[in-house]
Design a protein around this ligand. Structure first.
Ligand code: GMT
Length: 376
């Protein structure tokens, strides 16, 4: 099949997932066309089945806000028609689903073809941004106009029905991880640099937005550090980072916390770490936690959103209520003190990640696509 994938090209979970999906589909022999404003960060392979179409947004002095959605829809039309796409799969509703609707209408008016549009909902497009009154009518309309709608967790499906007047069926196709890629041997020299005295390593990775409650990561680590020699790696970047660096200074943790910024090879970092902290206010799924589990990390998270669908209390990790720093600290200290249990839980996390292995999920998307192949 010839599949158009539209996504954000950044480190965010939706872009990562869409890119990994495209790469896997290309490996299966499909022709995949990425349509986005920048080369996706995880699009780091050469594959003759993969094409990248950059959306250029011309500026003009009149435009205080260059019309990205118009440029995106026009690029979609161009790629659909010139590469004879079978379908468009858009990730993250805003503005991809509405741009796809526009592209679909234009293609129909030009040559009568009805290009199928599949919209995958990822999280904040529904729970945060999409609910804003400014966007809601367009989001609701364009989701309902999609030929198929998928959500990355059961929780996100429920949230979508709760918050929008969706008249169609939403199918759950969960996020996935390439377990083989994350099942890496720890790189000893790297581990020695991070934890020279064999300290335990905790890690957090996110876009450092308010929803991630990064302050709770630092507070949990401050507690852990009182009882256990440990180091904390902070992966990623975003608006909360300066405040978090201040908090580390105030708490006197400078020697034990490293902010390593955005990292393409996250699997190298996860391979040396023991515990992954994800105290988010909400996660539709928590792809970062799943990747950590595939790298044999015990996950200590909140029980918000879709996190209980991947993290099993007391088996693969621990969950606490949002903001319950005391409980998350207690869980971390207890598990890091018990070497035998830590090892057992790391293996359980890995086994759980296997249920979400890429090999189990790609066929679900292919099956969905095949339903719409004849719509052309
Ligand atoms: O908040 C992020 O991590 C970015 C955001 C995105 O859309 O890129 O992530 C959302 O989609 C991911 C992939 O499906 C999910 O794993 C994240 O849980 C979800 N984030 C939230 O729901 C806050």
């Amino acid at each position: 099949m010839r599949i158009g994938i539209v996504c954000y090209p950044t480190f965010g979970g939706s872009g990562v997932l869409a890119t990994e999906l495209g790469k896997a589909l290309a490996d299966e022999g499909h022709q995949v066309h990425f349509i986005t404003y920048q080369q996706p960060v995880r699009l780091n392979v050469f594959n003759t089945n993969i094409f990248y179409h950059e959306v250029r947004v011309p500026t003009y002095p009149l435009f205080d806000y260059p019309p990205y959605e118009v440029a995106l829809a026009s690029t979609m039309v161009d790629v659909i028609m010139n590469h004879d796409l079978d379908l468009l799969h858009v990730h993250y509703a805003i503005p991809h689903a509405s741009a796809a609707y526009m592209a679909k209408q234009i293609v129909k008016s030009k040559n009568g073809r009805n290009i199928p549009v599949i919209t995958t909902l990822h999280g904040t497009d529904i729970t945060l941004v999409g609910r804003d009154k400014t966007y809601e009518p367009v989001v609701t309309f364009s989701i309902n106009e999609s030929d198929a709608i998928t959500a990355v967790s059961q929780n996100l499906k429920e949230e979508t029905y709760k918050n929008f007047a969706i008249t169609k069926n939403i199918e759950v196709i969960t996020n996935f991880v390439d377990v083989q890629r994350f099942d890496k041997k720890p790189f000893d020299a790297f581990k020695k640099v991070i934890a020279p005295a064999g300290e335990k390593i905790l890690v957090h990775a996110s876009n450092f937005r308010k929803v991630k409650r990064v302050q709770d990561v630092i507070k949990v680590f401050a507690e852990v550090r009182k009882y256990i020699p440990a180091k904390l790696l902070m992966v990623g970047d975003g608006p909360e980072r300066p405040a978090m660096e201040d908090l580390v200074r105030v708490l006197g943790l400078l020697d034990d916390v490293r902010f390593v910024g955005k990292q393409e090879q996250i699997e190298e970092i996860l391979a040396v770490s023991d515990v992954f902290l994800l105290p988010s206010e909400y996660e539709s799924f928590g792809l970062a936690a799943l990747e950590a589990m595939a790298a044999k990390n015990v996950v200590i998270s909140t029980n918000a959103g879709g996190l209980p669908e991947i993290n099993i209390q007391g088996k693969t990790g621990f969950m606490a209520n949002v903001g319950d720093v005391a409980a998350m600290s207690e869980f971390a200290i207890t598990i890091l003190k018990d070497e035998h249990k830590l090892k057992q839980m790391k293996l359980a996390a890995y086994e759980q990640a296997k249920h979400f292995d890429i090999a189990n999920i790609i066929p679900q998307y292919e099956k969905l696509y095949s339903r719409f192949c004849r719509m052309k």
